[in-house]
Design a binder for this molecule. Sequence first.
Ligand code: ADP
Length: 246
Amino acid sequence: MIEIRGLHKSFGSLQVLKGIDLSMEHGKVLVIIGPSGSGKTTLLRCFNLLEIPDQGSLSLGELNLEFTQNRKIPHKTLMALRQKTGMVFQSYNLFPHMTALGNVMEGQVTVQKRSKEEAKQRGLELLAKVGLSDKAEAYPHQLSGGQQQRVAIARAMAVDPEVLLFDEPTSALDPELVGEVLKVIKQLAAEGMTMVIVTHEMKFAADVADRIILMDNGVILEQGTPQQVLEQTENPRALQFLNRLS
Ligand code: ADP
């Protein structure tokens, strides 16, 4: 369902992605781990073209994109790809002047052109799903970080994306709030939502991932099942990273 081939991305003279190949199937969870600065977030942002790769190709469903440094991606293609993806950021990025329900309705009304009534119904369903039925009318500043992140997940789901992308969804949270967010993500995984997750939570990665990729310095060091990557790797750099964590 998602296929990436030969993906390269530089910022000025800094080469951040140096030829990434991966593929994943519908309904699966791919977790990206690796040291800080290895290119995990940049790779994730390439999935929905928040970063435009310099080289390589990306296929998502029936959309196929080829990148070369000098070719601009047509706006229509960008929008088509973005509509297939929902992004959950480290720092929630909720609209501060809108209620939880307002946040979850916004994209449905503006992007999907749903009626307000329809968007409200779907929004309430999704807030119930993330355990926040009683917070529909609360504003972001009235919510804990964990609750804000759960609203952000509901918002990302509201436009019916084919894949949800998570960029370190718990790393801005106080430790006691991490569990409630991971629980929601695990529930989505159990329901067959296709997801790509960048995380430092190794236990969570082992629990939720169908496949893990371990990145280092712009390349994939290891990829495979959680067992293959976390327990059976013999790659010295991978071992160094994993040992440092445990
Ligand atoms: P990770 O998520 O693994 O920590 P990132 O993808 O965030 O890694 O960053 C990889 C490298 O790219 C880092 O050296 C970072 O400073 C650099 N980088 C990321 N985004 C930008 C940007 N927009 N402009 C310049 N450098 C960037």
